[in-house]
Every structure is written in C-alpha cells, then in structure tokens.
Write a protein that binds this ligand. Structure first.
Ligand code: ASP
Length: 438
C-alpha cells in the first residue's frame, strides 16, 4: 500500500512526460518521415511490451480478485436482510448515476450539436481511414452471446451462461459476478463458524491478489510513460482538431459528472467533504486514465477506498467489484454522445422518443460493457443499429476514442468509489440507529 501511495505522483509525472515526449516524437516524424520506422520499432518492440507487462499483471489478478472479494463480501454480510440493504442502495445509486450522466451527455449534444454542419470531406476521409477497423469491431461481436437478439436479451444471455468456466476463460465478467454472488449467498446461510472460515479463505486470496498488484504498481511510473507515449506518438494532434468540437463536448460532460454530480452525491448522501474524497482518488484516477480499464484499476480502487476513505471491507468487497463490472457512468454518457454525434453528422434526425430509447439502451448496454480499453465499442454499434444510425459510422470517432476512453474510465471508476462511500455512510447510519434503539 505504501508503495502505491508513495508513487502516485511519479505515475502522474510518467503520464505527463509520456504525453509530452509522444507529442514531440509525432512532430519529429512528421517533419522527418525517415524516422517513422525507428519510431514504430521503439513503440512496438520496446515501449508497448513494457506497458503490456504492467497491464497484464493487473489483468491477471482481476478474475480471482473479483471472485474472492465478491464471494467474501456477500458471505460476510451473512444476514440476507443486510445484504439486501447494501445491494439495494448500490443498485439504486448505479442506476441514478448512469441515467443522470447519460442525460447530461444527451442534453449537451442537443444544445451544442457538434455534428451539425460537419465537413463532408473530413467525414469521407475518416470513414475511409477507420471504416475497416469499424467492420472488425462489429465482427468481433459484442457480449459473446447471440447478436441477433435485442440488446436487453444479449445482456441477460451474457449474465447466465450455460458454462461458467467457459465464460471466465473468455474474461466475461457478468457471469463471474452472478456466480460469485450466488456462492456468497450460499456461504452466507451456512452455520456461522463455517461461514467465517470461508470468508477468511477468500480474504486471504483477495489479499494475495492485492499484494501482486502492489508489486505491479512499482512498475507503474515507467509503464504509464510507455503506454501514453505510444498512444500520443501514433495519434498526434490533427485528428483531434478535426473532431475538436465533439471531443470538447464529451470532455466537458465528463468534467460535469466528476466535479458536480459526484460531489453533490457525496455531500448530500454521504455528508462527506467531496474535495477530500476526490483528492484521495487521484491515484485511482491516474491508474484509470493510464490503463483505460476499470478492471485493471479495480485493485487500486479497492485499496484506496478501504484505507484512505474508510470504506469497510464488507461494503467495498461488494460494491466495488460489482461497480467495476456493471456501473459504467462514463461509458453510458459517452455512448449517448457518440450516437447523437454520428446521427448529426449523417443528418439523421432522432426524435424525442428515439432519444429516450437511446438513453435506456445506453444505460442497459453499459451494464454489459467489458471494463477493458474500447470495451464499449461493440455495444455502441448495437445501440446505433437499434435506433437506425449506421453502425459503421463509428469510424468517424475511432481515431480519437483512446483519449475519450481514458476519460470515461476515470468517470466509471470514480462512480464506483462514490457509490461505495455513499453506501458505507448510509450503512453506518442505519447500524448506529439500530444500536441506539436497541
Ligand atoms: N474502457 C472502459 C472501462 O474499462 C470501457 C469502455 O467504455 O470502453 O471502464
């Protein structure tokens, strides 16, 4: 833990320096094209592998960590009434934050309309440059289920597969969550002594996973430098200019969620100083930003919530793994913005009822999004298809998606922390009132 705490400023420095050096490298190659091969070699054979070692170490622990902490979290709560109270509060918060975040995005897109009047030449260029990638994403599938089914059925289909091990092997998190919850409930109704033995066993597994993460985090400053360098050196600034208005609107919406919606919830529901919580979350946000993965950030989220924000293990062990999988406020917001932007560019008019459908589909589909880089793109295409926007239009936004993915992942994981803090405070208050009245 101390290793993680001590180096979060170093990670931030790695992030800033990686972006700065990547931008310089991109400019150099622009002016001296002969250097392109050297830069490609450095990116693919040196920097990307270093970044990947770090990411893989984080991904490696995700399945056992989610399984152990959810099973232990639910079993520890034991009493089904208590489990119901924690789960009920968490799910209501997840639904409220995802819906509000998406509404903020849709509202901003309707008011500012960044896609209206978009230059048709740039549109053609982007479709040509990223069309093949869009088709690849579409062919890659969405939730791993039957894609002929409507989005809602795809989510249900993907939650309860016939073969749990097959699903886990493919890193599908929803079935893992469903199974861990069921196991936790089943352990929770065992006689107390057996239940506590099981909880202890899973706690040990969880702690061991967190230890692996703290070792991986020592690599983080260098790995983050490498990952960001590769992204920025490839990407450059021109595309950003072409899509500047779209990118700016989405980033402003992310900022509204982090700086207004979350502080409001923390103040009203948790009666906590929101700035204290946001400050304590800097390492969590930096990890989310540099990995673009809620799953890879989960171990850091759990550590900091427990030790810096005082969220008890029974709450964090339940709310955070669940949230990292199904509570994707930033993703739902981004999906809404993307559908509307692409519809605007193609001159497709989405009526109020279409947009309500977009809102519902974005919130539901975000539940099934994998917490990995670009995890939402296949589901975004499914949502587009359902409201009559051509899915391959996603090619328009693919070039800048990595940047927006970094931001939405930070919004996603912060949403989980906010939910955990609010549930924690509410449980503490109800525990206190039960003790006082007893
Ligand atoms: N990268 C996001 C996450 O891990 C998922 C997405 O929206 O693509 O939270």
């Amino acid at each position: 833990m101390h290793a993680v705490r001590a180096n979060h400023w170093l990670i931030l420095a790695g992030l800033v320096m990686g972006a700065a050096c990547g931008a310089v490298a991109h400019r150099v190659v622009d002016r001296v094209p002969e250097w392109q091969r050297t830069l490609d070699f450095i990116n693919t054979s040196i920097l990307n592998p270093i970044g990947q070692i770090f990411l893989r170490l984080l991904f490696l622990v995700v399945v056992p960590l989610v399984f152990a902490s959810l099973a232990a979290g639910v079993a520890r709560l034991g009493d089904p009434g208590r489990l119901g109270r924690v789960a009920g509060r968490a799910l209501v918060l997840f639904a409220i934050t995802s819906t509000t975040a998406t509404m903020i995005g849709l509202f901003a897109m309707n008011i500012l309309q960044p896609g209206v009047g978009f230059d048709p030449i740039i549109r053609g260029e982007l479709m040509e440059a990223f069309g093949a990638e869009a088709v690849r994403i579409e062919e890659g599938g969405s939730l791993g289920g039957d894609r002929a089914l409507p989005v809602v059925m795809q989510v249900i289909d993907a939650t309860l597969p016939r073969n749990i091990l097959g699903a886990v092997v493919q890193m599908q998190m929803l079935p893992l969550i469903a199974f861990s919850l069921l196991l936790g409930v089943a352990l929770g109704v065992q006689p107390s002594e057996r239940r506590l033995r099981a909880v202890e066993f899973f706690d040990i597994i969880g702690d061991a996973m967190v230890f692996i993460v703290s070792v991986a985090m020592r690599l983080a400053p260098i790995a983050v430098f490498c990952l960001i360098f590769v992204v920025v050196a490839r990407f450059g600034g021109e595309l950003l200019w072409k899509l500047a208005q779209y990118v700016a609107v989405v980033l402003v919406c992310y900022a509204i969620v982090i700086l207004l919606l979350y502080p409001l919830l923390l103040t009203v529901l948790a009666r906590r100083n929101p700035w204290h919580v946001l400050r304590a979350c800097v390492p969590v946000m930096v990890t989310a930003f540099s990995t673009s993965s809620s799953n890879a950030t989960l171990p850091t989220t759990m550590q900091f919530s427990q030790r810096d924000l005082g969220v008890r293990r029974e709450v964090s062990g339940f709310v955070l793994p669940l949230g990292a999988t199904i509570n994707m406020n930033g993703t739902a917001l981004f999906e809404g913005c993307a559908v509307l932007f692409i519809a605007q560019v193609f001159g497709i008019n989405l009526s109020l009822s279409d947009q309500i459908l977009v809102l519902v589909l974005c919130v539901i589909s975000s539940v099934g999004v994998a917490g990995v880089p670009g995890g939402s793109l296949p589901l975004l295409m499914a949502v587009m298809a359902q409201v009559g926007v051509p899915p391959t239009g996603i090619a328009l936004i693919l070039g800048v998606d990595r940047l927006l993915d970094m931001g939405r992942t930070a919004v996603n994981v912060m949403g989980d922390v906010v939910a955990a803090v609010c549930v924690e405070e509410s449980m503490r208050r109800s525990d206190q009132s039960i003790t006082t009245s007893a």
